[in-house]
Design a protein. Structure first.
Length: 423
């Protein structure tokens, strides 16, 4: 018994004899055929040493037959290379500039993709993009299977805008790639270029030409380190990390002071006992609730006052149930930020579908967490102050002592009889 899976689930068939057989299957376009052996009749085989063992099952030959009952021939390479490949607007690269996200589509052939030939992405939205005055950031999200090589901006009715090349196309030969010093040899070019290092932007890195001219640093794709290379620049570019010597001197100095720190920690000292009174925690009183409500108003206006007021009220309502109060406080303070982070992770900053951090739901969840934490700190301080006031009140102390004595007598009736007998 075998199971044949064409990608839409296994199709179980039984082989009645050991002769070649044709198994009719439900047809489907697929690139993978999985054949599994489910059940078979055991055959005992005898090894060269005379031991009996079960012989493993196997299939001698498998062939895929077409509708004409003939084996399917191998793919036609020439015909396959001419096959068209289309990436629609929903799955093509996305361009972000001037606050707009423009989806693009790609039309090419299998041969062009196999040869690594460049393909052109066509904008799905034909409307022109109005660029505001000043510097603008252009972001391209090509996806996992595509990378962008060149980009251009076309001015309406005025021809294309000249722009520098986005990177140095195989003109740099890297050598001496150390942690604090790097060298890149580039060829001469008539246009300005950008030297890009795929690392996070760091102001400590400085680039110089062979003539000693310092290059202007720029941020590439919002986070990568880059430098502007003027036209006509050739030779070796030197990249150095300027704070490296100071950083290593600090490490060496800290390591040198480690024995002194250990000596100061282990050196015996005579310490006199101090009878200073214990520090009393800060007790702001009921007016702290007013400050909390004011903070809620500053953060979120009327909604902030309502949320912070509800947190204070819930804390006060559960003042006699400390266990339930603490569980609710921990759940709200931690759960609000966890849910807000989960919602934000679906649409983070610079997401193609928009940033979710400004939505009312995410902000409300974070506000609830903050309100629960503020109410906990405020009400705990008030409850601690009330407890200290009761302990300092003589009448309350006397009532507590009498209540404790009464409870002791109820739990030990023999003690009362002994007292009366002694009297």
């Amino acid at each position: 018994m075998v199971a044949v899976d064409l990608g839409d689930g296994p199709q179980v068939r039984t082989l009645s004899t050991s002769e070649p057989q044709n198994l009719p299957l439900k047809s489907r376009v697929t690139d993978t055929v999985t054949v599994s052996l489910l059940d078979w009749k055991d055959v005992i085989d005898r090894t060269a040493l005379g031991f009996d063992q079960l012989k493993p099952p196997g299939l001698a030959e498998i062939a895929a037959l077409g509708a004409d009952r003939r084996p399917i021939a191998a793919a036609d390479a020439a015909r396959n290379r001419a096959r068209e490949i289309t990436v629609d607007c929903a799955h093509g690269p996305v361009i972000a500039i001037a606050g707009r996200f423009v989806h693009t589509a790609i039309h090419s052939t299998v041969g062009a993709l196999l040869d690594g030939a460049p393909v052109t992405a066509q904008a799905c939205d034909p409307r022109p993009i109005m660029l505001p005055t000043g510097q603008q950031e252009l972001l391209i999200s090509p996806g996992a299977a595509i990378r962008h090589r060149r980009r251009g901006i076309v001015r309406s009715a005025r021809g294309p805008i000249t722009h520098p090349r986005s990177h140095i196309d195989d003109a740099g030969i890297h050598r001496g790639m150390g942690p604090a010093r790097r060298e890149v040899r580039i060829a001469d070019a008539t246009t300005s270029r950008v030297l890009v290092v795929p690392e996070s932007l760091n102001t400590g890195w400085v680039a110089h030409t062979s003539a000693g001219t310092q290059l202007t640093p720029v941020a590439v794709n919002g986070w990568q380190q880059g430098w502007l290379v003027p036209a006509g620049t050739s030779g070796t570019l030197t990249l150095t990390f300027a704070p490296n010597s100071l950083y290593r001197a600090g490490l060496a100095g800290g390591l040198a002071l480690l024995p002194l720190l250990a000596l100061m920690a282990w050196w015996p000292q005579r310490r006199r006992p101090r009878d200073d009174p214990a520090a009393r925690p800060w007790a702001p009183g009921p007016w702290a609730a007013v400050a909390v409500l004011t903070a809620g108003a500053v953060i979120a206006g009327v909604v902030g006052v309502l949320v912070f007021g509800a947190a204070l009220g819930l804390r006060w309502a559960l003042r006699d149930r400390p266990r339930r109060r603490d569980v609710i406080t921990v759940g709200l303070s931690a759960g609000g930020l966890i849910l807000a982070g989960a919602a934000l992770s679906r649409h983070p900053w610079r997401s193609v579908d928009g940033y979710a951090g400004h939505s009312a739901g995410v902000q409300l969840l974070a506000l609830i967490s903050l309100a629960a934490l503020a109410a906990s700190v405020t009400m705990q301080t008030a409850e601690r102050s009330e407890e200290e006031r009761r302990q300092q009140d003589p009448s309350v102390t006397m009532q507590t002592a009498e209540r404790s004595e009464e409870e002791r007598r109820q739990q030990d009736p023999s003690g009362d009889d002994a007292d009366r007998g002694a009297v």
